[in-house]
Design a protein around this ligand. Structure first.
Ligand code: B12
Ligand code: SF4
Length: 506
């Protein structure tokens, strides 16, 4: 079978990032003897190039991968596919997993994949090749006109087969390495721009943050052995291959939710990585998992950046709204452990949370000023359907019909506690405010406290609705950072208005 993957990625315009999930599906299909093609749909996605691609490649199956942010583009792309090809369409990815009803409801979509897709898409292609019906494949939701053996795609849909999920892939080592050929790694943002190798060593996360897709995935599978790690040996082989094949790679990034989740595995990993790879690497960690030992192991293996989710600097927000039970003290300790061994840190922060006030947003700025990450990453809260946070927003009437292609747009919530304009202003000035509070925390005792109070009052006054509306047109969108600050922070990219902007480079 000829399978064309369409990666819907509207938040990028020129070069998109590597996608481990799609690359893994391509690798499995190629191993199964199927031919794969790849098309990266960036920016204004419904374009003529996609039509030319369809006409030239003449695929049997067009496979879309979607996140929630990309979902609004699926219907037009599926329609284009049906107009310009005979292909069967399948849609998978986080949004298909979290909201399959929305996806199967799209006219041009024949099947939806829920959860892990490697085995399901392989089964589908095999059945198609053998001329068999495929309405009973686990993980797939299938429209009867497409999936029944006697069905023809032009016939009326009578039924949707909603098959259960199969067990999770227990042994991740059994999967081939993600493909970096058909999925052109050489043209990816990660290699061309960031000069880095991208890897996933595990699947799953033990936490249940209300805003994240992971807990819903876990629930789908009944919490059953959801967390799985590849062997260190298999991971090292993949890293070695990538570093050998792409000599441009200057460092590696492990996108795993929490790389040091299993202490023993992490100790083995750091030992092997140090001796076999030796390049700097970046990874994610949860503040609850960080201690002196983990920090020491990471540093000894060449970790150049450790990323922590702070998300909110307000403990009440973290506990009650985000379902992220981690104390402020623990967060500070986690950063301290890294400082002690000279590990660079990055903090992830969200503002514009449900019920959040401006003072609570300032708590996030202040916690960052206290822990002093090398980079503070700030995004605007976006409620993902299928998550607890989305349910809360819906129940409380906070949702609007606004949509964002990425986490960096305006708030899509309408709430009394903070307006979209206020969230935008605080986001745009987050770095500046961080700098301001950092300065005042360097002042001795009472002086520091007084300066903090004065800044609080100043910001709360400057961000009242009335003042903001008057200033919005004239105020700069970006706070200039000094050359030294940019150099110290290293490159940090963000996407705004569909364009990649890079701090520290431009
Ligand atoms: C690495 C990463 C990134 C990287 C790389 C992008 C990528 N998609 O790989 C970067 C930093 C660029 C990124 C950007 C964004 N990300 Co991100 N990212 C991740 C992360 C941490 C790992 C992705 C991964 O490699 N997973 C492992 C692979 C194996 O799983 P997978 O990709 O889900 O694919 C499997 C299945 O979903 C399925 N599948 C996927 N596609 C298809 C297609 C077909 C046809 C089939 C049959 C099956 C199928 O099969 C795959 C293999 O089993 C995930 C969280 C997570 N742990 O998954 C978040 C996650 C995917 N990101 C998320 C979001 C929201 C974003 C952004 C919108 C944020 C932003 N910038 O505003 C952008 C969107 C970019 C985009 N269009 O993809 C959300 C998506 C939630 C949702 N409901 O859509 C996630 C789930 C995290 C979360 N908060 O819950 N991200
Ligand atoms: S720790 Fe990260 S990956 Fe895990 S549930 Fe929370 S946000 Fe999701």
């Amino acid at each position: 079978m000829k399978v064309a993957f369409a990666y819907i990625d509207p938040s990028y315009t020129v070069m998109g990032p590597f996608h481990v999930g799609i690359a893994s599906l391509i690798a499995s299909l190629r191993q199964g003897g199927h031919e794969c093609q790849f098309f990266h749909l960036m920016g204004d996605v419904a374009n003529e190039e996609f039509v030319s691609f369809l006409k030239e490649s003449r695929p049997d199956v067009v496979a879309f991968s979607v996140t929630t942010n990309a979902f609004p583009h699926v219907a037009s792309l599926a329609a284009l596919t049906k107009r310009h090809s005979q292909a069967l369409t399948i849609c998978g990815g986080p949004h298909a997993t979290l909201c399959p009803d929305d996806v199967i409801a799209i006219d041009g979509i024949d099947t939806v994949c829920i959860g892990e897709g490697e085995e399901a898409i392989l089964d589908l292609c095999q059945r198609l090749e053998d001329g068999q019906g495929f309405s009973d494949i686990p993980n797939l939701w299938v429209k009867s006109n497409a999936g029944d053996r006697e069905g023809g795609q032009s016939e009326k849909v009578e039924k949707i087969y909603r098959n259960p999920v199969r067990p999770l892939i227990a042994n991740l080592d059994a999967l081939p390495f993600p493909d970096r050929e058909v999925f052109p790694y050489v043209d990816s943002f990660d290699l061309k721009f960031m000069k880095r190798g991208v890897f996933m060593a595990s699947r799953g996360c033990p936490y249940n943050c209300a805003y994240c897709g992971s807990p819903a995935m876990k629930q789908l599978y009944g919490n059953n052995k959801y967390i799985r790690f590849r062997s260190v040996e298999s991971l090292m082989e993949e890293v070695e291959t990538v570093v050998r094949n792409f000599p441009q790679v200057e460092y590696n990034v492990f996108h795993d939710d929490l790389l040091p989740m299993k202490r023993e595995w992490f100790a083995d990993f750091t030992r092997e990585y140090k001796s076999r790879i030796g390049l700097p690497f970046e990874m994610n960690c949860h503040p609850n998992l960080m201690d002196r030992e983990i920090a020491r192991l990471a540093k000894s293996a060449g970790c150049s950046l450790i990323r922590f989710g702070i998300e909110s600097g307000n403990e009440h927000m973290r506990r009650k709204v985000l379902n992220r039970p981690v104390t402020t003290r623990r967060i500070i300790e986690a950063f301290l452990f890294c400082d002690e061994v000279g590990l660079n840190t990055l903090s992830y922060n969200m503002i514009g949370l449900p019920f959040e006030t401006r003072s609570q947003i300032l708590d996030t700025v202040k916690l960052n000023a206290t822990v002093q990450p090398k980079v503070a990453h700030v995004s605007v809260f976006y409620p993902l359907p299928g998550t607890k946070a989305h349910d809360i927003c819906r129940q409380e009437g906070l949702l609007t019909d606004k949509h964002n292609d990425s986490y960096y747009g305006d708030s899509v919530l309408q709430q009394k506690s903070v307006s979209a304009e206020q969230v935008r202003a605080l986001r745009n000035h987050f770095d500046f405010l961080l700098h301001l509070y950092s300065r005042c925390y360097r002042l001795p005792g009472v002086l520091g406290k007084t300066a903090e109070k004065i800044i609080d009052i100043g910001i709360l006054t400057a961000t009242t609705q009335r003042i903001l509306r008057a200033r919005e047109k004239t105020s700069p969108k970006w706070v200039k950072r000094s050359k030294k600050e940019k150099k110290d922070a290293g490159p940090l990219y963000i996407i705004e208005d569909g364009k990649v902007k890079v701090w520290g480079v431009d």
